[in-house]
Write a protein that binds this ligand. Sequence first.
Ligand SMILES: CCCCCCCC/C=C\CCCCCCCCCC(=O)SCCNC(=O)CCNC(=O)[C@H](O)C(C)(C)COP(=O)(O)OP(=O)(O)OC[C@H]1O[C@@H](n2cnc3c(N)ncnc32)[C@H](O)[C@@H]1OP(=O)(O)O
Ligand SMILES: Cc1cc2nc3c(=O)[nH]c(=O)nc-3n(C[C@H](O)[C@H](O)[C@H](O)COP(=O)(O)OP(=O)(O)OC[C@H]3O[C@@H](n4cnc5c(N)ncnc54)[C@H](O)[C@@H]3O)c2cc1C
Length: 666
Amino acid sequence: MEAEAAVDYLVDERSKAQFDIDAMKIIWAGGKHEFEVSDRMARLVASDPVFRKDNRAILDRKELFKNTLRKAAHAWKRIIELRLSEQEASKLRFFVDEPAYTDLHWGMFIPVIKGQGTEEQRKKWLPMAYRMQIIGCYAQTELGHGSNVQGLETTATFDPELDEFVIHSPTLTSSKWWPGGLGRASTHAVVFARLITDGKDHGINGFIVQLRSLDDHLPLPGIIIGDIGMKFGNGAYNTMDNGFLRFDHVRIPRDQMLMRVKQVTREGKVVQSDVPWQLLYGTMVYVRQTIVADASCALSRAVCIATRYSAVRRQFGSQNGHETQVIDYRTQQSRLFPLLASAYAFRFVGEWLKWLYMDVTQRLQARDFSTLPEAHACTAGLKSLTTSVTADAIEECRKLCGGHGYLCSSGLPELFAVYVPACTYEGDNIVLLLQVARFLMKTVSQLGSGERPVGTTTYLLRLEHLLQCPCDVQGAEDWLKPDVVVQLFEARSARMTVACAKSLSKFSKPEDGFMDLSADLVSVATAHCQLIVVSKFVEKLQQDIPGEGVKQQLEALCSIYALSLLKKHLGDFLSTSCITSKQASLANDVLRSLYSQVRPNAIALVDAFNYTDHFLGSVLGRYDGNVYPKLYEEALKDPLNESVVPDGYHEYLQPVLKQRLRTARL
Ligand SMILES: CCCCCCCC/C=C\CCCCCCCCCC(=O)SCCNC(=O)CCNC(=O)[C@H](O)C(C)(C)COP(=O)(O)OP(=O)(O)OC[C@H]1O[C@@H](n2cnc3c(N)ncnc32)[C@H](O)[C@@H]1OP(=O)(O)O
Ligand SMILES: Cc1cc2nc3c(=O)[nH]c(=O)nc-3n(C[C@H](O)[C@H](O)[C@H](O)COP(=O)(O)OP(=O)(O)OC[C@H]3O[C@@H](n4cnc5c(N)ncnc54)[C@H](O)[C@@H]3O)c2cc1C
């Protein structure tokens, strides 16, 4: 009985949708072709028993890791058998949904060789890597240094006699520590080390180093290697073999130094090519961009679970003879709908960032380096913003699901445990925001010198206007005007940037100012990044959006995204006199009415993500809403329920119970 009622809730919900959901699915996927590929790969994975993942939380580490190896090998087999394209293969790996050494092989090892290798090096190494005849990882971080890349201690000393580099770990803290895929799977690594020639330190560079034998997988001489141990959560990121690595005078040929940025000649002379040295950090820029695109996936997944469950769950009150669906509580809406809006906002900013990255890559090939600083600032800032929001949002979605959200079968604990290191890897989020702030301070300081801000900082050209323009909101409906909202976010960011630049100018040494004002600088960078997300959402809506009612839904979500940020950061907007308290109160009224507009469409808006039940991995987020019987089913699968009387009863429970009996008689 209850099960049928639960199913009915979602059928009814779906019938209320006021837009063309198929058209929305295509918008979300990024095009018809992308939708078709994604849909096909999701189904392929969901229907293959090798890719089952409901047992991850109960497998011990060794079984878990072996299972990951099995899945990765099976995925590779299917990719070859079905002759999948690069796009299809990467979607397939995405839907397999298990962090694995292959992420680092395809996501960092191959890109670093592509980006920092010479033509010859690419020709030699990439075909082997593409065929997976070698497996590689990205070994940059050390026990003692992660954020401070210039502080790395591993050395690569040139020996001109033998035309080789000697790779060495001189201290405990110089051990490589964290690289994914290093611990057990990789045969090779790109190792970042200090380049030393003729006793002189030339800074950091990448070197291709073989770690394990291609015959028996044993570590090569001079290589000390292993896994760094269990990480946060059961299952979760423990499918990944993050590793440690020490070198004891390991020799590699000179041509295994990646030489696009710097070269070492046969005589040991270091030649700096004309590309900016920052290209050594280029792989991080690439991965940060993919992490932004990925944030909308993790966020939408959590939101999909919380939204469907909020429609199924009833608590208190009365609606046509039933208790109230928790999604109808205003408090639930005000916590959930901004996250739904953020998922769409991050999707569109991720699309744009992909374009920006492609653009900068093409320019670099044509030796135009002018947009590199902006690309660095955008990828760093948006990586930071989107991962921090997503990690917090997954936890908020868990709370939105009440007690059942805490069960592993809700899918949310594992999603959180897997996702939360995204705030740290590929650049700690605070460290990255400080890079954005540095870029903004530099941009503002150069305004007077004729240097024109580009791309996302173009608004700073209108600085004079933005520093004093009043907010154009007279009535509530004005808050729905995109140009009013964008200008407001520009004004907030410009005013905070200028205030910080003024404070900085009071320090005789800029580094002291940066240290002292770093918390304010982080707020400035956040304001700038939020402006980027708002404006890219607005730009998306200026494009042709086909499908009945689709544009209206996206407009509502865009307004919710911007106005909920305004509410959250009201202190910024009021203290910079960007708005009045009356305008803030009108914004709050508008938000409430936007929530009412989204409410009947909420289920369809999460259905548009087109996630299979396999991918969601959540009893609470099931497409059919059949939550309660399935919660029982999952509970009964737990190993604790395998016997009626638990293991340990005779040793530990019975004696206690008996003893209590005797005490009671006394
Ligand atoms: C239940 C299952 C659920 C599944 C859910 C799915 C989840 C999966 C998610 C995602 C999939 C992706 C998989 C990812 C796997 C994990 C991979 C992790 C890998 C790593 O972590 S690799 C290591 C990364 N390490 C870092 O990021 C280190 C961070 N530090 C730095 O980047 C730098 O050291 C620094 C930038 C902080 C400072 O460097 P420094 O040399 O000291 O430079 P500065 O003096 O600050 O700046 C000098 C100058 O250079 C400019 N600049 C700095 N960086 C760059 C750059 N990258 N590009 C261009 N320019 C750069 C800087 O602005 C300065 O310019 P200026 O002189 O001011 O003009
Ligand atoms: C799951 C996972 C996977 C990883 N995979 C890889 C990999 O494949 N390859 C690889 O090379 N590395 C990898 N890493 C390492 C990762 O890139 C680093 O951990 C990350 O860059 C952060 O550096 P850190 O650990 O040195 O942090 P720290 O810099 O030590 O950070 C500690 C604290 O200090 C603060 N802090 C540091 N510097 C500053 C500053 N200048 N101003 C203000 N505050 C500051 C930070 O905000 C943070 O709160 C991985 C890490 C994790 C967790």
